[in-house]
Design a protein around this ligand. Structure first.
Ligand code: SF4
Length: 462
């Protein structure tokens, strides 16, 4: 029997890249590849890149410098290391990657990774294939499903891509260019994928998409389904105890989806809803297609539907033309909403986006100063939220061993990590935990009473 080949995938950026990396590994598994955590003994290294952050391409080239040295070491030992660049930087840079980094054997974009076996075969023949098309065929139809043992290795909480691409064209964002137009997967394929995950022990599903609440896939009744309808159907799948979805756009938060927060007990009371700025002037310049008042209104309706809902968000500071008064509006929005956490970034121009062409770019020193003030305010809100959890009792989904022997770590309904003393047989279970200590962003708790479910398939190793 042939020795299995080793595959190392390094994933950068968002949850969708994590999901895509896993599907690449699933696709290579029937072809004799096993995943390795060490790049230096791999036969195939894939960098699954992200284009969202500043100098993304330059970071990939510097990572490729390290991979080139691994390739040289492998060659000196008589091994061939194949190097692939995937994801959004691959989509944006294409041939340029091979030109600047000749050690790269193949390049493919986010819509082409189902063609990985074919691209590898071409690379083995000495070609340097570059595939950055947006093919008409559905890549998901060509991807191998994960095996039950691969699912169990990945844990009790899983992402499932339901939608890709974006039609919103915010002026700072590359996604509409790198991931293409909005496309939704048909509901029956999503349901089949979730059923497979549930059968292998997964308890929590996060439906993901660049603009997930714009979901409008073909339903099982032949009609187009909304995200709310999809969530309702997925919540009926036996074994799935928790549901989440991300990332949403405020404009696509319709009445039906807001009602789902009231009507679906499995839908967790935490929502990531990016706003980016609190200033209408800047929101308009960002082409966000919503105002500050729209955002406040959506949040009020969500909280009316689900009073215990906690919100997180994304912010960009220093967008071109942002004045001190605009920034004050952002700080003020933070207070008005009371977020339990947020991601915040300095604006940095992305080549090819309209924002990069705007006059009135803000100097870096001012961006840094505003970012620091914003992050201080975000931290204050997060810590206040965490402190408010002290003494409360939550259902916690235990995911893995904790920091200390005899401890497990799980997630509260609000996605906070919770450490508690519990036997490892409880991994995959949802147990009631009373929060006894709050330290920075971690919660510590004690089991309130016996587990609420039978030991999960995952813990039993079935
Ligand atoms: S909605 Fe999100 S993904 Fe779409 S363009 Fe705006 S920031 Fe990018």
């Amino acid at each position: 029997m042939n020795e299995p080949k080793k595959l190392f995938v390094k994933s950068f950026g968002c949850q969708m890249n994590v999901y895509d990396s896993r599907r690449m590994a699933d696709t290579m598994a029937p072809r004799g590849y096993v995943e390795t955590a060490a790049a230096d003994d791999a036969d195939l290294v894939i960098l699954n890149t992200c284009h969202i952050r500043e100098k993304a391409a330059e970071k990939v080239y510097s990572e490729l410098g390290r991979v080139r040295r691994l390739k040289e070491t492998a060659a000196s030992e008589g091994r061939r290391l194949v190097v692939a660049v995937a994801g959004c930087v691959a989509q944006a840079e294409g041939e340029e990657i091979i030109r600047r980094a000749p050690s790269v054997d193949l390049v493919f974009g986010p819509q082409s990774y189902h063609r990985l076996p074919e691209l590898l075969a071409r690379a083995a023949r000495g070609e340097k294939p570059v595939d950055t098309e947006f093919p008409l065929d559905d890549k998901f139809d060509h991807l191998a499903a994960p095996t039950p043992s691969a699912i169990r290795t990945r844990g009790v909480s899983a992402f499932v891509t339901v939608q890709e691409g974006c039609d919103k064209f915010c002026t700072f964002c590359v996604v509409p260019y790198t991931r293409g137009a909005e496309v939704s997967r048909p509901a029956n394929k999503i349901i089949a994928e979730v059923e497979r995950l549930a059968a292998a022990g997964v308890r929590e599903i996060t439906l993901i998409g660049q603009n997930v609440n714009a979901y409008h896939g073909a339903g099982t009744n032949g009609r187009s389904w909304s995200l709310a309808r999809l969530l309702e159907r997925v919540s009926d799948i036996e074994g799935i105890e928790r549901l989440r979805y991300t990332t949403s756009h405020p404009r696509d938060m319709d009445d039906e989806l807001i009602a789902a927060h009231r009507d679906l007990p499995k839908l967790m009371p935490q929502l990531h809803l990016p706003v980016q700025s609190g200033s209408d002037r800047i929101l308009a310049a960002m082409n966000r297609r919503h105002t500050r008042a729209d955002y406040l209104d959506v949040v009020a309706r969500l909280r009316a539907a689900r009073p215990d809902l906690a919100l997180t968000s994304d912010f960009i500071v220093g967008f071109p033309g942002e004045s001190e008064a605009d920034f004050a509006e952002t700080l003020n929005l933070l207070d008005a909403i009371g977020f339990c956490g947020a991601f915040s970034f300095k604006y940095s121009p992305r080549p090819g986006t309209p924002g990069a062409e705007l006059a009135d770019q803000i100097d870096d020193e001012m961006k840094s100063e505003r970012l620091q003030r914003l992050q201080t305010a975000i931290d204050r809100g997060q810590q206040a939220f965490n402190r408010s959890c002290l003494g409360r009792t939550f259902d916690v989904l235990f995911e893995k061993p904790g920091r200390h022997a005899g401890q497990l770590v799980g997630r509260s309904p609000y996605l906070q990590p919770v450490q508690a003393t519990a036997p490892s047989s409880m991994i995959g279970e949802i147990a009631t935990v009373t929060i006894t200590e709050v330290a920075s962003n971690s919660l510590f708790g004690a089991l309130a009473h016996a587990p609420v479910r039978e030991p999960a398939l995952l813990a039993a190793g079935a």
